[in-house]
Write a protein that binds this ligand. Structure first.
Ligand code: SF4
Length: 428
């Protein structure tokens, strides 16, 4: 039996497009001429694009595809061994296939016109912006990670080494010119229905300085454009006073990513974070953030599968499942929203093989655990869902377009999906 068929049988209660999405994220996407051609007219801004530019790879494919039926959004990670591919039919419509089986029509976010425009320093706007989905922009207040420079990077991280490469190749400055970032946001907003701004970049040993740079970046942007609905900060866990300053500057959500739950592995796998903050203090600052920003506005990411990398000293897959589940339960009880990124290896990040991460089943089991806990503790209401089966009214922490390599945000919108009459008529 093929892997996808087996997964659909085993996770029969999970919406079909979540199962397909989890498997595509885990196993990647084979390149086809149809997909390569789509890269010319689709949005390709994203981490993979920046990495591709740094190492002079051929033009990248679209960053993501979206299922036409329900807008479920899937990151595209090229892989020569994947059973998945996207083909274009004679009418110009794209379809996802697993071997010969058609899995649904898909579309791409169109290539935004601002990528061909420049800020007043002569840089392309897309040097300052990453677009994920149709309505979010991501900017970097800090374009380097101090932990990478000291050999204390998080063990799974591609972002830090990629930022380091871009600086070495003079494609980016360690701290960007915030006036230019603001100008790029302003130019992009002329054509985008911008609903959310995300600030995310590297980390510093001095978290006060990290907070200051985030605040300065945000204030400079908001001096030029009006605030979108949501502004989310991805940083290390900041002290409470710094959190309040961020909120005063306009931030509505914070994500302080723990990445690993097991206490012993935390120090070993995240040496920079352990030195800058420590796990105990990280937890305290997450609690502080719930005081400052409120329930449904504080999140923490994990790297699913990294705790059970097949290397000495890591956990077994079963022990890792139990460890993550314990972490999710504890965070949810404290008012913090957990989620996870599927662990993928990359040649730039030393020491791990493409076959080291666990299979799709592992991630789907974790997804089911998070969904059950969030539902049981009434967290979906805090996240803007008045009912299940519909897309959230506000994006924020539950934007289903822009969180990289993740699928937990699709449970509340796809479980018991309610289809509007117009959509049903169009698809019948
Ligand atoms: S803090 Fe860790 S995850 Fe973040 S950029 Fe640095 S090494 Fe990567």
């Amino acid at each position: 039996m093929r892997t996808l068929e087996r997964l659909l049988q085993r996770f029969a209660d999970t919406p079909r497009n979540i199962v397909i999405k989890a498997d595509v994220l885990t196993r990647g996407m084979r390149m086809t001429t149809g997909l390569e051609a789509a890269g010319a007219t689709a949005c390709t801004t994203g981490l993979s694009t920046k990495v591709a530019r740094s190492i002079n790879q051929s033009p990248p494919p679209p960053s993501q595809f979206h299922f036409r039926a329900d807008d479920t959004t899937v990151d595209i990670k090229p892989s020569d061994t994947s059973p998945y591919r996207i083909e274009c039919d004679d009418a110009g419509c794209h379809h996802l296939y697993s071997e010969k089986e058609a899995l649904g029509e898909v579309y791409f976010t169109p290539r935004p016109a601002y990528v061909d425009r420049q800020t007043s320093d002569g840089q392309g706007c897309d040097e300052y912006l990453t677009q994920r989905g149709p309505s979010c922009l991501w900017v970097e207040p800090i374009s380097f990670c101090a932990f990478v420079r000291k050999g204390e990077a998080c063990g799974y991280c591609l972002l830090g080494p990629a930022m380091q490469l871009r600086i070495r190749q003079k494609l980016a400055r360690p701290v960007p010119d915030y006036e230019m970032v603001a100008e790029a946001v302003d130019i992009a907003w002329e054509e985008l229905d911008l609903r959310e701004l995300k600030l995310s970049g590297g980390a510093l040993y001095d978290t006060h300085k990290e907070a200051r740079l985030h605040i300065e970046c945000l204030e400079t942007i908001l001096a030029r454009v009006s605030a979108p609905e949501e502004i989310t900060i991805f940083s290390q866990a900041l002290e409470k006073e710094d959190q309040k300053r961020l909120k005063d500057a306009g931030a509505t959500n914070v994500c302080f990513d723990l990445e690993v739950w097991n206490e012993t592995l935390w120090d070993r796998l995240l040496p920079g974070k352990a030195k800058a903050v420590s796990r105990k203090e990280w937890m305290k600052r997450l609690d502080d953030a719930v005081d400052v920003f409120g329930r449904g506005h504080v999140g923490s990411n994990f790297v699913s599968g990294f705790e059970c990398a097949p290397r000495p000293g890591f956990l077994s897959q079963q022990a890792a499942l139990e460890s993550y589940a314990e972490g999710f339960r504890e965070l949810i009880e404290r008012g913090i929203v957990p989620w996870f990124t599927i662990w993928n290896t990359h040649p730039l990040v030393g020491g791990f093989e493409e076959s080291d991460p666990p299979p799709t089943e592992f991630h789907l089991q974790l997804g089911a655990v998070i969904h059950e806990l969030l539902e049981k503790h009434g967290v979906y209401r805090d996240l803007g869902f008045s009912e299940l089966g519909v897309d959230p009214e506000t994006l924020g922490l539950y934007c289903y377009y822009c969180y990289t390599m993740q699928f937990t945000r699709d449970y509340p919108r796809l479980i018991d999906r309610k289809t509007s009459d117009a959509t049903a008529a169009a698809s019948s």
